[in-house]
Design a protein around this ligand. Structure first.
Ligand code: ADP
Ligand code: ASP
Ligand code: MG
Length: 438
């Protein structure tokens, strides 16, 4: 069985929902289909929550009303029979009544998670109803009964595996199993989510849990490009990536994939294919275990990093210094991304600054501490084994006019990372493309 995930743009209008429906039913094979919310909806739900946090129920109500009339318009366009128009209309009205109820109560992060879940709940109901109206044997399997995180907010893989297998075993005779991406329950049974862009993660978790034949991520572009197409012109699709290369690119900013979604697929050895809904016959990108020697594959950039530098003359030849530094980050549950050391200091980057003030205050016990915000990690991915001479110098050569703050090379065989100021991000990406790919 294959697991197919369609992102927000792919289900962004009634017309697109119809196209996705014909795409998933064209071969008559049984499949699991993970859907995002219609594009723009999760952003609107975030805005509604923002108004409610700010105790402005009127602002929230205005967006709720605009969103509701948009959805009721979609219902008229999507279905051809009055029976399914009326069924779906009633469902949508009920969901919006529920959304409105939040404008009258005390608002916390718990309510916010419930609001954010509505986009996927509505889109999956719409598509399932459309398939059933079209005579397809389709069923909606609620993600809230299958996907759960544990006390560390990590996916509870054993639970997910058991619940996915049970959901299929209980409903054996369907062609299409639809479920929601992004949404889940947490260890306490509350509604939660896998962070923005998390539908990719849902698809990979389900694909890994069921040992699927393949996980397909359908989006609005022909696979992973060799640089960020929003910033650099003439980027090109990369046809094959190793799991490790794809995980690195996703973690370091290639928005086409959720940062951690490749891990479960890699763990289970299930290949992932990135495909384009607007151009279904294009080859896209295949992510698997194969390693393509002698190639630099792609460049990605991750924003909003903070660089912390600890200088200490006492560090000179002192063992145990790094342990003390790391323990502080561990104590504040803050993970470190890049790190560079010298005899007198250590520079590192974090993206979670929730406990930055406390961390800096503790670090001052061990040396002089300086902090630089608004930094960007630029990551070059491909065959960067030491034996493959010249690629790291080529990447460095590309950046000869850019003030590079940190360089990390040698941590793995497939990555070299540079830390630059946010204002230098664009020209860094352009320079790397010009040198490495043109
Ligand atoms: P979806 O809503 O389907 O999940 P996303 O917007 O999350 O889609 O991801 C697709 C987008 O990712 C593309 O439209 C593209 O602008 C952006 N993107 C950023 N970096 C890359 C890259 N290296 N390759 C392809 N797309 C990228
Ligand atoms: N709808 C969610 C978001 O916009 C999840 C996703 O689309 O992957 O972030
Ligand atoms: Mg996405």
């Amino acid at each position: 069985m294959k697991v197919l995930k369609f992102g927000g743009t792919s289900v962004g209008s009634p017309q697109r929902m119809k196209e996705v429906s014909s795409l998933i039913t064209s071969d008559g094979e049984q499949k699991i289909v993970v859907l995002s919310a219609m594009s723009g909806t999760t952003n609107s739900l975030v805005e509604i929550s923002d108004y409610l946090y700010k105790k402005n129920p009127e602002g929230a109500s205005n967006i709720i009303s605009q969103l509701e009339s948009k959805y009721l318009g979609h219902v008229e366009e999507l279905y051809s029979t009055e029976e399914w128009k009326s069924k779906t209309r009633e469902f949508i009205k009920e969901q919006f009544r529920y959304l409105r109820s939040f404008t009258k109560i005390h608002f916390t992060s718990f309510e916010e998670k419930v609001i954010l879940a509505q986009g996927e709940i509505i889109s999956t109901n719409m598509v399932t109803n459309y398939l059933i109206e079209s005579g397809i044997k389709a069923i909606l399997l609620p993600a809230l009964e299958m996907i759960r995180t544990d006390k560390n907010a990590e996916p509870d893989f054993e639970y997910i595996s058991n619940r996915c297998a049970k959901a299929l075993a209980d409903n054996p005779d369907y062609e299409i199993y639809i479920t929601q991406g992004f949404i889940c329950r947490n260890a306490y049974g509350e509604i939660d989510n896998l962070l923005r862009g998390g539908s990719d993660y849902t698809a990979c978790l389900i694909g890994a849990a069921l040992q699927a034949q393949e996980i397909q991520i359908w989006t609005d572009i022909d696979g992973m490009h060799n640089n960020d197409p929003r910033i650099v012109e003439n980027t090109k699709p990369v046809r094959q990536l190793n799991f490790a290369e794809a995980a690195e690119l996703a973690y370091f900013g290639a928005k086409i994939l959720h940062p951690t979604c490749i891990q479960p697929a890699k763990f289970a050895g299930v290949p992932v294919r990135l495909l384009n809904t607007m151009e279904p016959d294009a080859p896209g990108t295949l992510i698997n275990n194969e390693f393509n020697a002698g190639k630099i594959k792609a460049v990605a950039a991750r924003d909003n990093n903070t660089c912390i530098r600890i200088n200490s003359s006492r560090m000179l030849l002192a063992y145990g210094f790094l342990r003390k530094v790391f323990e502080i980050f561990e104590q504040y549950r803050t993970s470190i991304d890049m790190i560079c050391t010298s005899e007198v200091g250590v520079s590192l980057t974090v993206d979670n600054t929730a406990h930055l003030a406390d961390i800096v205050s503790e670090l001052k016990k061990y040396g002089s501490v300086s902090v630089e915000e608004n930094m960007c990690i630029i990551c070059v991915v491909g065959d960067l084994r030491p034996a493959n001479r010249g690629f790291e110098t080529l990447a460095c050569e590309a950046l000869k006019d850019i003030p590079v703050r940190m360089i990390s090379y040698g941590g793995s065989d497939h990555n070299i990372s540079f830390l630059v100021k946010a204002e230098d991000k664009k020209r860094t990406l352009q320079a790397l493309s010009a040198t490495l790919f043109d």
